[in-house]
Design a protein around this ligand. Structure first.
Ligand code: AMP
Length: 188
């Protein structure tokens, strides 16, 4: 059986960190749309230039661009045994696109990390100081959290209605959180 997962949550919830641990335990690739955009930007590709203007503002890159990039990534052979999506779907329309891309089998589950907002801001400001990611400054962080509330949070509701949402407490140490996720995935 292939494991087709989404890791879901607001910016700063720890999706990237937990995705890396979970994907390596399951021996499946992580597909992060944010990382795909960042590699396009560092290569200076046309798509990278287009995405950069949205990313710098904390806005979502238009769906057609994002979906096209994801479609191409899902054509690679390494996703045959499954994958873990990080950062997609990020609005309700992207759920339909993902349904189309995946066809009949669909997703195994959506893992939602829950973290209180004040903790998110603290984590993101710290990450900005350490990583130098240009969109981790306080103004853009607030914008990204607002975009999350408006456009991305409703995605969780849709998957909850489908019975596919697994909510995990995203506070505590990295290991505590990854243990909770591992247990939930083992029960699938
Ligand atoms: P992330 O690394 O997931 O925080 O993504 C960084 C930025 O990339 C976001 O703030 C968006 O501008 C853009 N981005 C990532 N994933 C998506 C997506 N699924 N749809 C639209 N924009 C995205």
């Amino acid at each position: 059986m292939t494991t087709r997962l989404v890791i879901f949550g607001p910016p700063g919830a720890g999706k990237g960190t937990q995705a890396e641990i979970l994907a390596s335990n399951l021996n499946i690739p992580t597909i992060s749309t944010g990382d795909l955009f960042r590699s396009h930007m560092s290569e200076g590709s046309e798509l990278g230039h287009l995405a950069a203007t949205y990313i710098a503002r904390g806005a979502l890159v238009p769906d057609e661009v994002t979906v096209g990039m994801l479609r191409e990534r899902l054509e690679a052979k390494d996703v045959n045994n499954g994958f873990l999506l990080d950062g997609f779907p990020r609005n309700v329309a992207q759920i339909d696109s993902l349904d189309d891309l995946l066809g009949e089998d669909g997703l195994s589950a959506v893992i939602q990390l829950e973290v209180p907002e004040q903790e998110l801001i603290t984590r993101l400001v710290r990450r900005g100081e350490e990583s130098g990611r240009s969109d981790d400054n306080e103004e853009v962080i607030r914008k990204r959290l607002a975009v999350y509330e408006e456009q991305t949070a409703p995605v969780a509701e849709k998957y909850r209605q489908r019975g596919q949402l697994i909510t995990i407490d995203g506070t505590g140490t990295v290991e505590e959180i990854s243990d909770r996720i591992a247990q939930a995935v083992a029960d699938l």
